[in-house]
Every structure is written in C-alpha cells, then in structure tokens.
Design a protein around this ligand. Structure first.
Ligand SMILES: [Zn+2]
Length: 752
C-alpha cells in the first residue's frame, strides 16, 4: 500500500513537473499553464515520458533515480524520431542485460537460452520416449482420469461402509454448496485456485452421492471458470501460472467426471475453454532450444499437473491433447527426478502443504490414465518422515524453516494469513496426502503419522480424496511407537523430540545446501534444470527450540527478502549468508559447488544425548573471508542446550550471534538473558566470549509482496532478536551459549 502511494505520488509529481505546472506555487501560473498552446506540447512530452518511465520501472524494474537520470538525458534530444530511436535502443539493450527486479529477473532467466544447452532441448527426447498415451480400454470412455464408472460404484460402497466417517467429514463442507463463485475477472489472491478445487470437489461428491444439488453446484463453478477470460492474474503470468494449474485440474476433471451428465452444448463449452487454456499453457512451456526450467519449483509443476490432467480428460477429443500429455509427462520426468531424495521439502512446510497435492494429483492421473506408476522414489517413500518431524509437539504449527507463514504473528493467531492457515483455529496441513502414500507404499508408519495429525483435528483442502486414498486395511503404527528423531542426510536437517506428547521438548537444526546435496550432480546431469530456490532461507547452522507447549526460539516466517539475521545463526560484519538482500532468492547466482560444502559433519541422536556439528563457512560470500564456522549443538535433558561456535575470518571483523524470540526477551545480568512466555522460561547464558556487546531489538523484515513482486512487500514486525557481538573486530572467536528450559512455577519456588 505504502509502495503504491509512493508510486502514485512520484507519478503525479513527475506529471505536474512534466507539464510545467509547479506543484506548490501561485494559482495564476497554474491557470495560464492551461492555455492550449502551452499545454498540448507539454502533454505530448509528458505522455512520452510517462510511457518510458512505465516501461523502465515496471517491466525492467529499474530504480526510479536511474530512470529520472535517463529521462533527463533523453530530454536533451530534439526531435520525436530521435526519441523513438532511443526507446528502441533501450528496449534492445535491456532485453540483453540482467534485470534488477527479482521477478523480472526470474522471468528473464526463463526466456534466456542457456549457453550450456546445445542442440535439441532434452525434454523433446523425453516427449518422444516417455509413455503418455491413454490406456486403450479408456479411449472414448468417461470418466477415466482418476476413476472409471466401475470404480465409482466401489467407492460409493466404501462411503457407506469402511469409509463412512471419513466420507461424512468430506461432505460436511462442500465449497460449491456453501459459497458462490467470485464473479469475473476474479483477481483476488487465490480466488481462482479455490474455484478449481471447488469444481473437483462438487463433481466428485455428486458422483458418489448422485444428488443433483451437487451437479448444479459443480456446474455453477464450471461456468464461472469459463467466464474468466484470464486464468490467473492479469498483471502477472496470466494463463500460465498457479491458477491455470488449479482450473485445468478442476474443469478438466469436472468435465471428465460429469461427462455423461452434461448436455452436448455444455460439454462443448467446457471443452472449448479447456482447449483454449491448455493451448496457452503448453505454448508457454514449450521446450525451445536452450530453454531451462525450474523443475523443482512449484510454479513449474503445479501448472504442469493441471495440463497433464486436462490432457487425459480431453485425449482423443482434440488432436493437441496427446502433445499436452507428452509435454506434462516429460516435464514431470525432471520434476520427479530432481525432487527431494530424503523426503525433506526445501521450499518449507507451507509449500509442502500447498504444492504436494499437485505431485500426487499428477502422478495419480498419469498412473490411472496410462497404466504407468511413477511413485517409487525415495523422496515419496520418506515424505511422511518430513511431515511427522516437522510438526511441533502441539500439533498446531511446524518447525518453520523456509518461507512459512508469518512467524510470530501466525503463532500468536494474528496477521493476515492466520484465517487461511488455521481456519477455525485448526491447522490446515493436508495430512490426508499421507493416506495416499501409506496406501501406495503399504507404509504402516505413514498411516500412523496421518492418524496422529487427524487426532489434532487438522484440516485438508480436499477431504473428499480420503475416500480414494485411505486404505482401511492398513494397520497404523501408532506415533508413540515411531522413532522420535530423524536426520535428513540430503538436506542436512536434524529433528529431535523427547517423545510424541504435546509436552515434549523438541528441536530442529539445519545446516545444508538450499536444495539438498543431490542437486550438485543433477545440475551437471541436467543443464536444462534452472534453480529457483527463493523459498529456502540463508539459515545454515540455525536451530529452533520448542518446549512445554511453547515455541521458544527460532525462525521468523515467509520473507519477501530473506536475511540471515531472521535466523539463529551468525552474522559476519553484519552480513549474512549467500547473496542475502539481493531480492527474494538469496541463492541466485551462487555456485552450487559452494553451497554443497554447507553440511552437517557429525550427528549423534539418542534418547539422552544429541550432538550435531554443522560446517557453514562456505555459506558466506567469499569476500567476507570466513575461513571457519563450525557450530556444535548439543542437548542433554539434564543440562539443556549448548551451542559452541568456532569462527575464523581472514580479516578483523565483528561477529554477531543472533537469537530470536516471539516475545518476552529480557536481559537478566551482563551475560545472561531469558525468553519468557507464559509458564516457560528459556535461560540463556552467554559463556563466551567474555566480552560482548548485546542488544535486544524488534525483528523487522520485508514481508512478501503480491504475486510478481514478492520482494517488494511492506515492512513487518515479527518478534524480537538478541544480538551478541564481539566487542571489537576479530580474526578468530569462540561463542558459547548455554540454554535451559525452566518452568516459571519451578523458578518461583526456587526463589522462595
Ligand atoms: Zn527462515
């Protein structure tokens, strides 16, 4: 908002001064300035000027100061044709240069052919060799994408027997029955995504219940989808992004499920819209020579899932469907190959919730439509571990590494995101995805984790899928019998908890490369893979601690510009890790060889003792000269936590250790501090170095901006931070922090 006012003000003052009207001078001058002979040439000049400024500022993202300088220079040029030439030169020049704004830079990288890629784009070979043809027995048949008529009859039986309770829950809230679709153009954030899901939900519920009210509701939402001229946001990646993925899934599967209940006219209308939108999307994702793709990023695989699903729905009904199916299959080949190798999701748990349904939806549609099962890979087998260990003992939040919600705001039930992340104070996690993984891998552990999350009354976006996904014959391993700690070796993240109760002490420690170690070799193997790791944070050697039902010290949530100072780790001369501060992606243009050296060197995990040693020296830019940053994190239930850092730097630099609290951070004595939340106290002793400068500050950050300008959000306050700095620049230092959890009531007793 502030940004918008600032822009509007800047544009107005530029306009007035361009017209030669002084902003705050005498009214007489302003009136004579309105005479046509005076006004018209100035109006023309201003229009030209505003046009150039708009292009430079909003398409190329140049800073305003630079634009004004360019404009001053161009005003020296006399004729209009000079100016037209100059505009053309600028356009050509800036197309060849790296851009300044984060999203503009990403878009540009998408368009710029990679010099490493020679010859035919590798996806084209995959399109030829991978299987994506519809099973012969499904040709001319509807429904077919996920289920056939026969399978629906079986599901209907389940709904009244083994799955009765799950189904009752699923049909207790059917979006399309409770709301009306947002009218076109439906540009509010995520509005169209919800329409896509509402169609799939109502169409499926109709097929099980056969109650016409669901059919009518589904059609209302399908008509809304048709009425949206643009699928997505008009001002940011129209027709080719997340909303397009959601709507292709919804309308595509809705068309397939309801095919035999629709009139010929309705089928034609929905089919025509699907063809139009699928064509736009496929055109955008076309593998042209040198083209790279961010395969591991949700903005690639969500739209592609939609394209694949719509392609199977339309297969044989438009000649292009086969081409779309093969494009989605080829891109998913890379998506699945480059996916996590240990189950950890680098974009953070919020993105696990949001994007994992699309991996499952694509792989399921593909398996059913073609007969080829793409599930069996380590990241899918191990995914339940990530979900289980990410969950805080309270079951109401997660260890929030990466872009996850609004940190302390969401944890306090405040902020804009809370109603979405915790509808009715229940945590929206999509835990029913684990039913599908449990069923597919016959994993009794995954089934047990899902059962545990259900016991917290967590929420699924698509409860209706539980009817298909839940395997009633798979006996869960209760969570209490599962191991209470886990090490994810590819992403180098450790989780530990004393037990699985809500009263457990629990912590997580992270010291790995942004997208895991497997990425180094795969980037060489697949030069068509471009990283877009903005949702991961520059947080090597950071930790999160939770105890006695409270989140004590940790991360600060989704950031437009992620910085190391938002995490419990070290700043070197006030600078954090990687290219922090440059935009949303702190890892853009950092060599993966360097990132890969960020690692956990040693892990010991047991009931009574934990030791983790992380090496994060290479996380910092070489010019900072960090030769050593080894952090040893130990925990013993009887003694608490000890964090010891060994630091060596090439030149004398002030080193700062950062520790966060949502609230209640206090200085106790010279070297001791505490975090105080109701009934719990974390005592912090700064044992070494002997002399430090300490400060307790409000933690502010740039919140994520709207789609298209994520690094241009407003400034937001999220919690507090303790900064402990060496009292002078040093070339080597050792930090030792001891932390212990106390019950406040116990503490008071001791004082008496
Ligand atoms: Zn973070």
């Amino acid at each position: 908002m502030i940004g918008w006012i600032h822009n509007a003000y800047a544009t107005c003052s530029v306009a007035l001064s361009g017209l030669g009207i002084p902003v705050c001078s005498d009214p007489g001058a302003a009136i004579s300035a309105l005479a046509p002979c005076y006004l018209l040439p100035r109006l023309r000049r201003w229009l030209y000027s505003a046009f150039v400024q708009h292009i430079l500022q909003h398409i190329y993202g140049l800073p305003l100061s630079l634009i004004l300088r360019i404009k001053r220079a161009t005003n020296q040029l006399a004729t209009a044709s000079d100016k037209v030439c100059l505009v053309l030169i600028l356009v050509m020049l800036f197309h060849a240069l790296p851009l300044f704004a984060q999203d503009a830079r990403e878009l540009q990288q998408e368009k710029t052919p990679s010099k490493k890629l020679k010859g035919e784009q590798p996806l084209i070979a995959l399109m030829r060799s991978c299987k994506s043809a519809l099973r012969p027995d499904l040709i001319g048949v509807h429904p077919r994408v996920y289920v056939t008529e026969k399978e629906i009859i079986e599901l209907r039986q389940r709904a009244h027997t083994s799955h009765q309770e799950l189904w009752r829950q699923a049909i207790s809230h059917v979006r399309a029955m409770e709301t009306t679709p947002p009218p076109a153009p439906a540009q509010n954030r995520r509005d169209q995504n919800e329409v896509g899901i509402a169609i799939a939900e109502a169409a499926f519920v109709y097929q099980i219940e056969r109650d016409k009210k669901y059919l009518d509701a589904a059609k209302r939402f399908m008509d809304a989808a048709v009425s949206y001229d643009i699928w997505g946001y008009a001002n940011n990646k129209p027709n080719v992004d997340l909303a397009a993925g959601h709507l292709l899934y919804g309308l595509g599967w809705g068309y397939d499920l309801l095919y035999n209940d629709l009139s010929e006219a309705e089928r034609t209308r929905y089919r025509d819209k699907l063809i139009k939108q699928a064509r736009l999307l496929a055109e955008y994702f076309k593998p042209t020579p040198g083209r790279t793709f961010a395969y591991s990023q949700n903005h690639t695989f969500i739209p592609m899932a939609g394209l694949g699903i719509a392609a199977y729905a339309l297969y044989g009904e438009t000649p292009e469907a086969a081409e779309w199916a093969s494009l989605a299959r080829a891109i998913f080949d890379r998506v699945l190959t480059t996916y996590s190798q240990d189950g950890y999701y680098y974009e953070g748990f919020e993105y696990w919730i949001f994007s994992t349904p699309w991996l499952i939806h694509y792989v399921d549609a593909h398996a059913h439509a073609t007969g080829e099962d793409l599930y069996d890979r380590p990241g899918f087998r191990e995914m339940y571990q990530y979900v289980a260990h990410s969950m805080l003992p309270s079951g109401n939040y997660v260890f929030d590494f990466g872009d996850v919600f609004e940190g302390s705001l969401t944890r306090a039930g405040k902020g804009e995101e809370y109603p979405r992340t915790h509808p009715g104070s229940r945590f929206h996690t999509n835990y029913n995805l684990l039913y599908r993984l449990a069923q597919r891998f016959q994993s009794r552990e995954a089934q047990g984790v899902a059962e545990w999350l259900k016991s917290f009354n967590q929420v699924n976006a698509e409860d209706f899928w539980s009817l298909v996904w839940f395997d009633a014959n798979l006996k869960p391993v209760p969570i209490a019998q599962q191991e209470a700690w886990h090490y994810f070796p590819d992403h180098d993240v450790v989780y530990w908890r004393s037990d699985w109760t809500t009263n457990a002490t629990a912590f997580a420690f992270k010291c790995g490369p942004s997208e895991g170690h497997h990425t180094l070799a795969m980037l060489k193997e697949f030069p068509d893979w471009r990283l877009s790791s903005g949702h991961a944070h520059p947080d090597a050697n950071s930790f999160i601690i939770f105890a006695r039902g409270e989140y004590l010290t940790g991360d600060t949530g989704y950031a437009g510009v992620p910085l190391t100072e938002h995490h419990n780790t070290l700043l070197i001369g006030n600078k954090g890790q990687a290219k922090e501060g440059n935009g949303h992606d702190a890892f853009a243009e950092v060599s993966y060889e360097r990132l890969d050296r960020i690692r956990i060197a040693e892990v010991k995990l047991d009931k009574d003792y934990v030791l983790v040693r992380g090496d994060a020296a290479s996380a910092y830019e070489p010019e900072l000269g960090v030769r050593k940053f080894v952090r040893q994190f130990t925990y013993r239930p009887s003694e608490g936590f000890t964090v010891s850092d060994e630091v060596e730097i090439a030149k004398p630099t002030v080193v700062t250790s950062v520790l966060h609290a949502d609230s209640g951070l206090q200085k106790e004595t010279n070297n001791s501090f505490s975090i105080n939340v109701p009934d719990v106290k974390l005592l912090i002793d700064a044992v070494e170095p002997k002399e430090t400068q300490s400060a307790i500050e409000v933690n502010t950050l740039t919140a994520p901006g709207p789609p298209g300008s994520v690094d241009k959000g407003e400034r937001q306050e999220r919690g507090q931070k303790l900064l402990l700095s060496t009292s002078r620049p040093v070339t080597s230092t050792r930090f030792v922090l001891r932390m212990k959890v106390e019950n406040l009531s116990q503490g008071r007793q001791r004082q008496r």
